[in-house]
Design a protein. Structure first.
Length: 201
């Protein structure tokens, strides 16, 4: 058995606001109709890949579908299935995909998650377009820098290498700044994850 997930870059955003009662920041986000449809296309594509590579059973986590599971009709037969059985499987599979599309993945019942939040402190060349500059410094705030995934300006599926590259680049700026002049006690650095090259800062 194998597990697959559909990863998409959402087009539409949520927003952060201040709670009137507590004064604390709160996040409001729900996938848009466009982004939910995009995510569904990823699920359909994954199902087609599994079907084409000979899967005998495919399950989804889409609520409301007529059939959550598709099973190959000739799964108990020999690997050399007849053309008739293959045609029947293809027709049944396409009907199953149609039922998934019909069910959709409407919020809040549909499951969606994020393991790699990115872009919450978007990097930009101007203050109007982001939170931090190309060196990780927060626009309009002295002695505050952000590194790792938060400054990403667009989603990337290549997480480890680019995250490490961005983190090391910002680290090099920090170390260069420290060598040029002592850092005061007020100097603050936000780390979203441990980074060995910054331990000595």
């Amino acid at each position: 058995m194998t597990n697959h997930i559909s990863l998409v870059r959402d087009r539409d955003a949520g927003y952060v606001y201040v709670d009137r009662d507590t004064g604390r920041p709160r996040v409001r986000y729900s996938p848009s109709i466009f982004d939910r449809a995009h995510l569904m296309e990823g699920v359909i594509a994954l199902a087609r890949i599994c079907h084409a590579t000979g899967a005998v059973e495919i399950r989804t986590s889409i609520p409301g579908a007529e059939r959550v599971t598709w099973r190959r009709q000739d799964s108990q037969k020999s690997p050399d299935s007849t053309p008739t059985a293959t045609d029947a499987n293809d027709a049944d599979f396409e009907a199953w995909l149609t039922s998934l599309r019909r069910a959709g993945n409407r919020a809040p019942e549909a499951f969606a998650g994020s393991a790699h939040q990115m872009g919450s402190c978007r990097m930009s060349t101007t203050e109007a377009d982001g939170v931090v500059d190309p060196r990780g410094r927060v626009w309009g705030v002295e002695n505050l820098q952000v590194t790792l995934r938060a400054p990403y300006f667009t989603f990337s599926a290549v997480l480890k290498s680019r995250t490490a590259s961005l983190g090391r680049k910002v680290a090099s700026f920090l170390l260069a700044a420290r060598a040029a002049s002592p850092i005061s006690a007020e100097y603050v650095t936000i780390l979203l994850a441990p980074l060995p090259s910054l331990r000595q800062c």
